[in-house]
Structures are given as C-alpha cells and as structure tokens.
Design a protein around this ligand. Structure first.
Ligand code: GLY
Length: 337
C-alpha cells in the first residue's frame, strides 16, 4: 500500500542518518537504499566512536563491527565480528542479495567482503586507540564493578547530553568518567524507513560495547534481536545493551506484539517490560526501541532516560525523547554477581 515516506533513526546522530536517507526517499528511492545509506553516513564518520570507523575497540584493542539489514523474513542478513572492513550493513546487504545465508561471522565475513569488492581498512583510529590505552590503565576498570561485568558506559547521551541541549541526567557519572573523550559518543545506529511505494526496511550497525571481551557479539547483527521487519505487521530496531535484547529476542517480540494487535506504542513498552521481568538489570544497562507499523505509525520506549529518536518525513525533521521510559529513577533490578 503506497504511503507517505518516513525514516526513523536512533539517537541524535540519527538526524544526520535521516538527512542522508531522506534524500533517497524524497527522490522516490527505495527504503532499502535509504536505510543502508543512512548507516553508511554514520559508519564513515571517525568522530562517532560506537559504530564503523573510529568505533572503540574490545579489551584487546581491536575493533569489531556488527550489523544487519532486513526487508522481510525472506530477505534479511547480518554480519558480525568484522575486523577488516567498514560498512557492515552494506556487507550484510551483499550477503542477503548474493548468498542463501543469513549470518556471516569473523574472518569469513571479512573474506566475503573482500571478494565483494569492499576495501580493507584499519578501523582503529588514533583517538580510539588513546581512549583504549587510558581505559587499560585506569585502576577503576581493574578493581571496580565494571571490570567484573566488562560493562561499557550505559549510554552516552545520558552522560554527555544531546546536541543543542544541556547535559544528561547523570552529572556525577559524567564527571567520574574521565577515560571517555569529550566528543559526543553514541550507541548503535538503527534505522527504519517506509518508501513512497509503501515498502518497509530496516538496518542497524555498531562496533558493540566498548572494551568488550574479545569475541563478544551483540544484538545488532542478529535478526530478531537488534532488528526485525515483517511487512505485514511492522518493524522494530533496538539500541543499547545487546545482551538484554538477545535474552528476549526484543525486536522479534515487538513485531509479534504488533502482529497480535498491539499498537507500536504498546509493543515497544511491552518489550521493555519483558526485559525488566526477564533480566537482571544493572546500572549500566540501557535499551532504546523504535517500532513502526506498515501504516507509518511509530513509537519508542526506553529502559532509562536519555534515549532519543530522530524523525524525518515530509512534515517533520526532529529529535524527540522516547515516549515511554520504564525506569525513570534509574532503578536496577539485579546485581552483577
Ligand atoms: N546494541 C549494540 C550492542 O550491544 O552491541
């Protein structure tokens, strides 16, 4: 059913992603091209340290990228633990279009990317290396809670504030966290779009948790965890602590809830509720979710304050906070131990 094009992306960097995707949609291009190009724009920016080139490395100092792209259960793919190429969403698109597989990992994914003509590149920038070196020597990381859980910052916008706005909600954490660079930092770029022909698509890309255990893969390349699209019922994309989304198949659950008649707002909220019920939530955890139905109605929900959604359509070009935040006071439900 043809409709009004729309593109939705995670975080304040999503406005830049949307600007690139909107160029495609407003020229009559496909939702698939729009979400891919939106992710490429952020992956190419070495100043964004949670995706693509310039992403913060794992504990051993190596960057690994994850991402996926999806039109429907028949047409979707992801790549994970990519260490020698940028643009995981574009590599995933080639997996979707040129193979019968859904997920390629590690050196196999890198070899596939090279065969597909992607250029090898060193993903670790000098800036990211310096942050990692500082993290390695920070005694708090070696003795404190975060070391036991290998946990990264909960999310950056809470710590650094949002473009054009004041600081985030947790000034003590900002002050305490001097190992982090002072440029703005964000989590997964996740994008959902509907084009003028009414086709829906989604993509997401990440370098995963900063300083993760080498080998760790999160939700972003896994269909049904970081992203799910079923053109009959809706789409969902997620950002934040991948382990919580993997434990609950968060985006698949969101689309299933829309399939059973829930609105995008109800679906997004119920996924966050399920995460709280099913997982031990600690202070550093955050999840943000965007849901979209085939009619173009959308919603967002988050575990904690700080998550923002960027919206672009013929009528709007805005950034807004999650419509539902389930742990407003920052409550934790579990322990790291
Ligand atoms: N959501 C990104 C990750 O956990 O890797």
């Amino acid at each position: 059913m043809p409709g009004q094009p729309i593109i939705l992306s995670t975080w304040s960097l999503g406005r830049r992603a949307n600007a690139v995707g909107w160029e495609v949609l407003s020229a009559g291009g496909s939702a698939l091209d729009a979400v891919e190009r939106a992710c490429i724009a952020i992956d190419a920016d070495p100043g964004v340290d949670s995706v693509g080139l310039g992403g913060l490395p794992d504990a051993s100092g190596r960057v690994s990228l994850d991402g996926c792209i999806m039109l429907s259960p028949r047409r979707c793919a992801g790549v994970c633990f990519v260490r020698e190429h940028n643009y995981p969403v574009s590599i995933a698109r080639r997996v979707m279009e040129h193979t019968h597989h859904v997920l390629l990992a590690g050196s196999g994914a890198d070899e596939f990317a090279s065969r597909e003509g992607f250029e090898r590149c060193d993903l670790l920038t000098d800036e990211a290396r310096k942050v990692w070196q500082k993290w390695k020597t920070d005694p708090a990381q070696l003795t404190g809670e975060r070391y036991r859980g290998w946990l990264p910052p909960r999310n950056v916008e809470e710590r650094r504030g949002v473009e054009g706005e004041g600081p985030g909600d947790d000034k003590q954490r900002i002050a305490a966290d001097e190992s982090l660079p002072h440029n703005r930092r964000h989590d997964t770029v996740g994008v959902l779009a509907i084009d003028a022909a009414g086709v829906m698509a989604g993509a997401c890309s990440t370098s995963g948790m900063a300083f993760k255990v080498p080998g760790r893969v999160g939700d972003s390349p896994i269909i049904g965890c970081g992203l799910y699209v079923d053109p009959r019922f809706g789409a969902a994309v997620a950002t934040g602590t991948g382990e919580l989304l993997m434990r609950t198949c968060g985006t698949f659950l969101a689309v299933e809830l829309m399939r059973s008649g829930r609105s995008p707002a109800q679906a997004a909220t119920q996924v966050i509720e399920r995460i709280i019920e099913s997982c031990d939530i600690v202070d550093d955890h955050q999840v943000g979710l965007i849901t979209l139905n085939p009619q173009g109605q959308w919603a967002s929900a988050a575990l904690r304050p700080g998550f923002r959604v960027a919206i672009r359509s013929s009528e709007r070009d805005e950034l807004e906070p999650a419509s539902r935040v389930l742990l407003n006071g920052g409550e934790a439900t579990g322990s790291l131990l």
